[in-house]
Design a binder for this molecule. Structure first.
Ligand code: FAD
Length: 454
């Protein structure tokens, strides 16, 4: 009889696992249980959908129901799994309209993602307070904006989502106040390094308050009206709480699966949990950091897609009685975001994270240009790297600029995976022509500087 794979969660990790398992073992029966109304969508596009750059939420669907069916995957939306029983190899739950269901399985993948962190503040349950985690959240937020036409928004948290949403709201003509508890944005980008972005935000009419400790959300008639923080009372008719992500571990925790030190589900390199036949992938797991070697929770899209695919491949191999060599090699936490004209990117350990991880890290920085200085249209490019003093190994990089950031941070991410020293990066043969960069590119230059001064 055909073996059955059940997947809990139908977005990046879950659908990657489903598609890869079916590709590698077409006889597998694959059932995906998804609690929301949508499967297989690009969550990363939600800020641009809310800004209005993307017309319809349907444009964010990676696969439509017909394409999913054509792949032989049985996706059941509005099916929330409430319990997993690894001993009995079964899951059970409830549909949104209250029907109970249960499914047995030979293999199970937990791809439950995560939930927006909700700090213990008063007023979080008021109307006009939003978090943004999935497409349903995005649709609710955009329709609220179109229906209620809010004038003033407070965004709490200057991480990737907080910054992207600041731009989205501002471009919709909403006055935005951005509150952040730390003095840094994007976690570890320090204030000096982020200064041009903060300047741009202010120039675009955004009030940015760093070091603002939120105490609660105030409201009248069940509707939010202001956010109270250590920096004062900020009036709002829309509040977005963007304070981070908790890994979705409720089902795993209740079933007694091992969690890691980060709080996310512990898996091996093949995405196996500590229970036979039970795998996990995506934002609900922790993975190895390629620089520190530590297990980290790194909720990013490529890692979610990739770990899902690896889980699917290994399950297909197990179902076919074969060995699979598919292993996850690690994350460098490489990420990039756009804030108005700027791109901010990071890979590996920030200077602060390197010190926290116990490295004797030295920081080097270089201000360069995105093109040869004489070539028209050249933009500033600012790069900062962390290097281990004794081994001269590159530990991480942060970059800020208006063009040419993505390719350069990717080159440095590649260097991190190859465990290269700054001397080796300095000697890389990189492409050059005046419209694309100076002859000594910013990354060659900053690593050369480190090689000389260390
Ligand atoms: P999710 O996408 O969270 O999917 C998990 C699914 O599981 C959800 O659909 C959920 O409904 C379902 N589920 C949960 N519990 C149950 C249950 N009990 N029963 C049934 N179903 C369940 N990453 C980047 O790298 N670059 C970006 O630019 C970027 N931008 C982003 C912008 C936004 C607004 C957001 C929210 C995220 C962004 N990310 C970005 C992160 C990226 O989207 C995630 O890393 C990725 O979606 C994780 O995929 P996942 O499948 O692990 O989890």
């Amino acid at each position: 009889m055909a073996k059955k794979l059940v997947i809990v969660g139908g977005d990046a990790a879950g659908m990657s696992a489903a598609a890869q398992a079916r590709r590698a073992a077409p006889q597998l029966k694959v059932v995906v249980l998804e609690k929301s109304a949508f499967a297989s969508y690009g969550a990363c596009g939600i800020p641009y959908y809310i800004a209005g750059d993307i017309e319809s939420h349907e444009d964010l669907l990676a696969l439509n129901p017909e394409q999913i069916a054509a792949r032989g995957i049985d996706v059941r939306c509005l099916h929330e799994v409430r319990e997993i029983r690894p001993g009995a190899r079964a899951v059970s739950g409830q549909t949104r309209d209250g029907q109970s269901f249960s499914e047995s399985y030979d293999y199970l993948v937990l791809a439950t993602g995560g939930a927006a962190r909700r700090p213990a503040w008063s007023g979080l349950g008021l109307e006009r307070v939003f978090t943004l985690r999935n497409l349903e959240d995005g649709i609710a937020l955009r329709s609220f904006i179109e229906r209620e036409k809010p004038r003033r928004a407070v965004i709490i948290g200057a991480g990737f989502i907080g910054l992207e949403m600041t731009e989205a709201f501002a471009r919709r003509g909403i006055e935005v106040t951005l509150l952040n508890r730390s003095e840094c944005i994007l976690g570890d980008f320090d204030r000096e390094f982020a200064a041009p972005v903060l300047e741009t935000l202010r120039h675009c009419g955004v009030e940015v308050v760093l070091g603002a400790d939120v105490q609660g959300i105030e409201g009248t008639a069940a509707r939010a009206t202001a956010v109270q923080s250590s920096s004062g009372l900020h009036a709002a008719d829309l509040v977005l709480v963007a304070t981070g992500l908790e890994p979705g571990t409720d089902l795993a925790r209740a079933a007694g699966l091992a969690l890691g030190s980060s709080g996310a589900i512990r898996v091996d390199e093949r995405m196996r949990t500590d229970r036979p036949g039970l795998y996990a992938a995506g934002d609900c797991i922790e993975v190895k950091h390629v620089v520190s070697g530590e297990k980290v929770h790194a909720p990013l899209a490529l890692t979610a897609n990739r770990t899902g695919r690896i889980a699917g491949d290994n399950i297909a191999a197990a179902a076919l009685g074969r060995n699979s060599e598919q292993r996850f090699r690690g994350t460098a936490g490489t990420a990039i975001t756009k804030v108005f004209d700027y791109a901010l990117a990071q890979t590996g350990l920030s200077p602060m994270a390197a010190k926290r991880a116990g490295f004797d890290a030295v920081v080097f920085e270089h201000r360069s240009r995105s093109r040869a200085s004489y070539y028209p249209g050249s933009k500033p490019l600012w790069i900062r790297i962390a290097v281990e003093r004794r081994t001269r190994r590159l530990l991480g990089a942060q970059m800020l600029g208006e063009e040419g950031v993505c390719g350069r941070i990717d080159a440095l991410a590649t260097a991190l995976f190859a465990r290269m020293s700054v001397d080796e990066v300095h000697h890389l043969d990189l492409a050059y022509a005046p419209p694309f960069g100076p002859v000594y590119d910013a990354i060659v230059h900053v690593c050369g500087k480190a090689a000389l001064e260390l």
